[in-house]
Design a protein around this ligand. Sequence first.
Ligand code: GLA
Length: 425
Amino acid sequence: MARLVLVPAVLVVLLGCLVAAGPVRHGGRLSAGGVAFAGVAATPPMGWNSWNSYGCGVDAGAVEQEADALVASGMRDAGYRYVVVDDCWFYPRRASDGALQADPGRFPAGMAALAEYVHARGLRFGLYESPNARTCAQIGGTYPGSTGSAGHEAQDAATFAAWGVDFLKYDWCSTDSALPEQVAAFTRMRDALRATGRPIVYSINPNSDVAEPPPGAEYDWSGIATMWRTTNDAYPGWALRQGLTGHQGIREILDTTGPLTARTGPDHWLDPDMLVVGVTGVPGTRYPGLTRAEQRTQFGMWALLAAPLIAGNAPAYMDKATASLLTNPDVIAVDQDSFAAPATVVPGTAGRVWRRTMSDGSVVVALWNPGDADARIETVLSAVRPPAANRCVARNLWTGTTFALDTTLGATVPAHDTELFRITP
Ligand code: GLA
């Protein structure tokens, strides 16, 4: 017979800043039916996606080279496991039996062979599709054909499972944004994937080609998908000044996604889109690339929000600073924590100080500077410290330095930068 063990509260000894906190394990609220797929993503999925660096030019050679680079750079061992081939991997026509086919020019050995290559390196394999008639590149006219999964859900799910697919990115790609239709279409593929019996991370984007406000932020998709995009595409820049539709800067994505973290938890993660850290921009255009400060903000705040970390750069060509940021073990540990509590803004800090309690009872604090000039950002310690802790130690997660805290936690934070501290009693 199962026994409930009650630990007397007096066993939790509070001495100064010492707190005996047991591991906390819980996530955000869930839709009544539970998660879409249980056990595929206890922590936010991490990996690499071809789109931002290769677009429709992606081919087997590039994917193999990037899979090898994930291993050689230490990214795989840091947690980046999924290798996802985005839009344009398919031949523009289905086979006579209706099956999807890999583009034979760019993927001559086919997708099952590529999945095997990826699996042999201790990685997992992902593909892209759309619930409508055409994928986003097909809608935009940059790729021919009409090979979306509409009407082919069961067949396509079976094909993915047979090829060894572990992750499906399923991208709306239609201006028709009636929510009931979206829910029905995303649910159809969820059920088709479930019917294959293969554990597959189901990653959806309800926002592409849809008018604002983004349905990914408006609706709670937690029972339908493993992870869902909250906004349109992250572009490698800070903020979108020209009102370009279909893209957002890092700052705008944080404004939209930050308040939603109560929705996230094991097997149901908010997805503020891929990391554009190290994605090469074009100076002087609206795609300037992120500065180092902005890269720290994206990586650090994505970790604080427990977001999937899907690198969009080309690891095969990245510089040392990018590799070292993307593999920072202290920050990845924040992202991959068993998620004790949602990230919240600390009251009275004009949205510049965020905190999240970790499963070991410590607290991670972000001081982020959305302004265009350096700023002193601080908070009283009582607002961010672990419960009942008086004197604490803070570890700077970028530099590794530690220092004792007394009554306040503060720093001069450069424009667009973020300081991250883990506070332990
Ligand atoms: C949409 C998605 C992107 C990418 C492209 C591919 O824009 O949001 O992440 O998948 O489609 O066409």
